[in-house]
Design a protein around this ligand. Structure first.
Ligand code: ADE
Ligand code: ZN
Length: 326
């Protein structure tokens, strides 16, 4: 059996996936047509050609524009269904997916349509593929903490179907401390906590995510490696990092996949995982991320198995469910 087939067949969980980032150009065109929306591209090829980014903000501008075709509950259901149908072929058995409600509610889309569509897509995935999933509500950090509080309030009727809150969008200039109170409120409601930190932001933002947001997981975390004291702390506490190799490459967090730190993270005792972030924009789903980084870094079977096991250990599943996957 070759390494690619081994990776595909290995049961894995995806812990860092923005569902809006799984919007493939083909579905973008279909939804634009269905909803009678003009999009500034003539073809699927032209859309893909526009996906060249030199940093996070470059990408975010295009990602938020793309999300404009998502209008109805059915659109959100179709979006989620397409993601799960795709990753069923990648050996994904569990996924914890993020959504950005503010991207939609700020355009006048009812929160109920967004979340009910996604929940319906998730239920369909369990029925069709046996894939379990959880939902993570992510706050946009370029907006205010007050806006995040309003979003948390909107989510109140669905809190039993939301596993965690997250923090994403433009990192530099929007440190975790800006959201300390809303994360405290979310934690008081029994929600788990995750936050993007150390993707473009400095190690200080990772410290803030730990000390002020009391995160259960760190999304990305790459720049933690600049601070050996922080690395030891993350390793000692068994903090999961949801690392996204192809995203790191496309957003220039690393210059070359051959320099990706995934195996260095493991060697340092960090609980690293491999994820896709925004697969429609970064050129690959979770299987592609495993295969690309395994080849670029020459990962061995043991490292690959550790990364897959970490995805369950680092999940928000119950300890019984985690044990059943290991
Ligand atoms: N939103 C979607 N993908 C993101 C990323 N990689 N970083 C921050 N915000 C995001
Ligand atoms: Zn992300």
């Amino acid at each position: 059996i070759d390494l690619d087939s081994f990776i595909t067949g290995l049961p894995k969980a995806e812990l860092h996936l923005h569902i809006e980032g799984s919007l493939e150009p083909e579905l973008m065109f279909e939804l634009a047509r269905r909803n009678g929306i003009e999009i500034p591209y003539a073809s699927v090829e032209e859309v893909r050609a526009a996906y060249a980014f030199s940093n996070l903000q470059d990408f975010l501008d295009i990602y938020y524009a793309g999300a404009d075709v998502l209008r109805t509950q059915q659109d959100f259901r179709d979006l989620a269904a397409a993601y799960f149908d795709r990753v069923a072929a990648d050996g994904v058995v569990h996924a914890e997916i993020m959504f950005d409600p503010q991207t939609h509610t700020d355009r006048g889309i009812p929160f109920a349509d967004v979340i009910e569509g996604l929940l319906s897509g998730m239920a369909g995935a369990e029925a069709r593929h046996g894939i379990t999933s959880k939902l993570i509500l992510s706050f946009l950090r370029h907006l205010s903490e007050e806006a995040a509080f309003e979003t948390l309030e909107m989510a109140e009727p669905w809190l039993d179907r939301i596993a965690a809150v997250g923090l994403d969008s433009s990192e530099v200039g929007h440190p975790p401390v800006k959201f300390a109170q809303v994360f405290e409120a979310a934690r008081a409601k029994g929600l788990k906590i995750t936050a993007h930190a150390g993707e473009e932001g400095p190690p200080e933002y990772v410290y803030q995510a730990l000390d002020l947001l009391h995160v259960d997981r760190i999304d990305h975390g790459n720049r933690s490696l600049e601070d050996p004291v922080l690395v030891d702390r993350l390793a000692d506490m068994g903090m999961t990092l949801t690392v996204c190799p192809l995203s790191n490459l496309k957003l220039c967090v690393v210059g070359d996949l051959a320099d990706h730190p995934i195996d260095r993270m493991l060697a340092l005792g960090l609980r690293a995982t491999v994820n896709s972030d925004d697969p429609a924009y970064f050129g690959g789903y979770i299987g592609d991320n495993f295969r690309a980084v395994a080849e670029a870094r020459g990962l061995d079977i043991e490292e690959i198995v550790t990364l897959a096991r970490n995805s369950f250990t680092g999940s928000f599943l119950s300890s019984e469910a985690i044990a059943a996957h290991l």
